[in-house]
Design a protein around this ligand. Structure first.
Ligand SMILES: NC(=O)c1ccc[n+]([C@@H]2O[C@H](COP(=O)([O-])OP(=O)(O)OC[C@H]3O[C@@H](n4cnc5c(N)ncnc54)[C@H](OP(=O)(O)O)[C@@H]3O)[C@@H](O)[C@H]2O)c1
Length: 231
């Protein structure tokens, strides 16, 4: 496994944590790269292939859209969100394509987000990014299917990561309420009454890249405690 992010120290910690997991023999490397930069994409792909020979599975996960009402957001809030998440997901899929097509095999999971289908007024940079990525995931799935490459989306609801803490803080600031109050409101709106744990997202990703999901492609699965209102 190759894991990608910008901060080398946190990457090293993650690598060590993965290596220390029981019953493994895991081969894991860290690649420090800023995925907003188009040239980083080639580096990520070439370093991974140099280490492992080929890339079988791609999990696109980097996203950092800002929350806030439109009056408080400048163009950069949108451009940054689109540049990081929308373009890096698309660029990584594109960069892997020649090899996947040659080998007639591959699995891709895009971590998107429930705001793609259910927009929220205070999360438009993220919502517009996610809506575009749903379109991309479904659209490219038709072309990839002929090469036995499956691509699917997981859309988390409110999930207990560092990002969730930041979003709660941004929402609290924007609305003039405490962070605890912002979080409590979020949990209250989730029918199952619980915040999604990151391990739940990982478990679904594992299923989607496994042969148990051999006929699943171009789809989005929500992991949101039942929060999404539409069908
Ligand atoms: N948590 C939620 O409630 C939630 C809900 C819906 C959707 N999602 C989506 O799930 C995905 C993961 O979110 P998360 O909650 O795990 O976020 P997170 O806690 O902020 O983690 C984001 C990861 O992406 C990396 N990253 C950020 N900017 C990057 C860049 N420019 N280049 C390379 N790596 C970068 C970060 O590491 P560095 O800072 O070191 O680069 C970090 O490892 C995102 O796409 C997010 O939109 C999350």
């Amino acid at each position: 496994m190759a894991i990608v992010a910008r901060d080398p120290e946190r990457l090293d910690k993650a690598v060590n944590t993965i290596r220390e997991l029981p019953n493994q023999g895991n081969q894991v490397i860290a690649i420090s790269a800023d995925l907003t930069q188009a040239e980083s994409i080639g580096k990520v792909v070439s370093q991974s292939i140099a280490e492992f020979g080929q890339i079988d599975i791609l999990i696109n996960n980097a996203g950092a859209a800002r929350a806030g009402s439109l009056v408080n957001l400048d163009d950069d809030a949108f451009l940054d969100a689109w540049n990081l998440k929308l373009l890096s997901y698309i660029r990584l899929v594109k960069a892997l394509l020649p090899d996947l097509i040659d080998r007639r095999e591959g699995r891709i999971v895009n971590i998107i987000g429930a705001a793609g289908r259910t927009p929220r007024a205070n999360f438009l940079p993220g919502g517009t990014t996610n809506a575009a990525l749903l379109n991309f995931t479904k659209g490219i799935s038709h072309e990839l299917a002929q090469y036995n490459v499956r691509i699917n989306a997981i859309s988390p609801g409110f999930t207990a990561t560092e990002r969730a803490e930041r979003l709660a803080a941004q929402t609290a600031r924007d609305r003039g309420i405490s962070i605890e109050a912002a979080k409590a409101e979020t949990v209250k709106a989730i029918p199952l009454g619980r915040i999604v744990q990151p391990e739940e997202i990982a478990a679904l990703a594992l299923f989607l890249v496994s042969d148990r999901a051999a006929s699943i492609t171009g789809t989005e699965i929500l992991v949101d405690g039942g929060q999404t209102p539409g069908v």
